[in-house]
Design a protein around this ligand. Structure first.
Ligand code: UDP
Length: 420
């Protein structure tokens, strides 16, 4: 068995006041023919990043609906996570020098994990490229695979380095289903699996997204020395070049000329599968220098879900200045808090930020700064944009919609037609 991730129970009925009766009934109906189905989600890390965030809500909800769902993580070493980080970057368009040794490291760790895969499931959902080799390697080691295998790709593949995608594709083509966030991410030449387009989503009842009292927000701000009486903007993201933390600081500096009391909170937890993160964290600290109105925080300062919630809720504007973004759960989180979001005009952000309606899409540091100033100058506009954003998320990007999409796919794969 791979490493099993412990989960906190969740109940679908708790979502009824948020999404309404019709949506809940549809989910119950879709789940009715799947009771007892064994579902396994596999990814590379139980902590940090969007996939872990999604699974911590999705898997307990599947269990609540009567599916026998679980979540396991593969085990890797530093060389493996260096390779998968390079793989992630190459698939997002960064040209990387690949050596036979790198392919071997990836294959070896996938093979080793496959050798510990010792149960049969009805549906195995493998997330992202790190464990994508499992299906093939389980088949190689056991001589067969049981159940349906789904590959869930959370990455923007539009500019993928060809040789890296071809390598991943050779493992993915034997899956039954491949799920992408946007139609544009689907590469030509993926002929085996049936392709589905499904956007990710957030859990409105998680500690990170549930409505919290103002007193809690203020308590968190006070704990980190952030002044609630002064304007504050925030970006919550791993320290990663694609998230452009340096560009965020540059944009803040321009905006600060107009708003000298402006504060910037940057939160970025370190994920286990992200060795590059430390180096970029240090670069971000250097760019911030001795500006005491810039707060660079992480899980090492005790910033967890409640704190992220508080910073997003307290911000006048949420920033997500990504240069590439598969989806951007942080954007969803910001919109759900009723904040306008100023974000890079890339990838899955385009599904979420409606330019001029619930935030602004930007292409440069200067544009980011201009939009920040525009919103800081007009709190009423910021407020109404934030309200539009919350409704956009309610309709399209809550975990219950994502759950419904999985149930539909499972039903299709098992040939079951629910009765409505
Ligand atoms: N996150 C967090 N603390 C951090 C940085 C990120 O809790 O310091 C969470 C963030 O709130 C979001 C997820 O990690 O839920 C990041 O997902 P996203 O899709 O934005 O980016 P990814 O890291 O998957 O590229």
């Amino acid at each position: 068995m791979l490493g099993s991730v412990p989960l906190t129970a969740k109940a679908i009925e708790d979502y009824r006041p948020i999404i309404g009766d019709e949506a809940v009934e549809e989910i119950l109906s879709l789940a009715s023919g799947l009771k007892g189905a064994k579902v396994l989600h596999i990814n590379a890390t139980a902590f940090g990043g969007g996939v872990a965030e999604l699974l911590s809500a999705m898997v307990p909800l599947m269990c609540d609906l009567g599916l026998d769902a679980s979540w396991q993580v593969i085990t890797g070493n530093d060389p493996f996570f260096n390779v998968t980080k390079a793989m992630h970057n190459s698939l997002q368009g960064m040209i990387t020098q690949w050596t036979p040794e790198m392919w071997n490291i990836w294959s070896e760790v996938n093979r080793e994990n496959a050798s510990r895969f010792d149960e049969d499931y009805d549906f195995v959902v493998v997330h992202d490229p790190q464990p994508a080799g499992l299906r093939q390697m389980v088949e190689d080691s056991r001589g067969r695979v049981a159940g349906k295998w789904l590959w869930r790709c959370h990455i923007d593949l539009t500019e993928a380095q060809v040789e890296v995608w071809e390598f991943v594709r050779s493992y993915v083509q034997n899956y039954d289903v491949a799920i992408f966030t946007m139609r544009e991410y689907v590469k030509e030449g993926l002929h085996g699996p049936k392709v589905h387009i499904v956007a990710p989503a957030i859990d409105p009842l998680s500690l990170k997204n549930v409505d919290i009292p103002l007193a809690t927000v203020h308590e968190v701000l006070a704990r980190y020395g952030v002044d609630p009486a002064r304007p504050m903007i925030t970006q919550v993201s791993r320290f990663d070049p694609w998230k452009d933390p340096l560009g965020v600081i540059d944009a803040y500096r321009i905006a600060k000329k107009h708003f000298p009391t402006l504060q910037l909170v940057m939160v970025g937890s370190m994920a286990n599968d992200d060795p590059e993160g430390w180096a970029y964290y240090e670069r971000t600290l250097r760019r911030a220098g001795e500006d005491f109105d810039i707060f660079i925080l992480s899980n090492l300062n005790g910033v967890g879900n409640v704190e992220v919630n508080a910073f997003q809720s307290a911000a006048q504007v949420v920033i997500q200045k990504s240069l590439r973004e598969g989806f951007g759960l942080t954007v969803t989180e910001g919109l759900w808090k009723g904040r306008p979001v100023v974000a890079g005009a890339v990838g899955g952000i385009l599904l979420q930020v409606q330019d001029g309606v619930n935030g602004y899409l930007v292409q440069s540091v200067q544009e980011c700064a201009d939009r920040l100033v525009h919103l800081l100058e007009q709190p009423a506009l910021a407020q109404s944009m934030g309200e539009a954003g919350r409704e956009h998320v309610r309709k399209n990007f809550l975990i219950t919609r994502n759950l419904r999409d999985y149930l539909r796919i499972f039903n299709q794969l098992s040939g079951y037609q629910p009765s409505q």
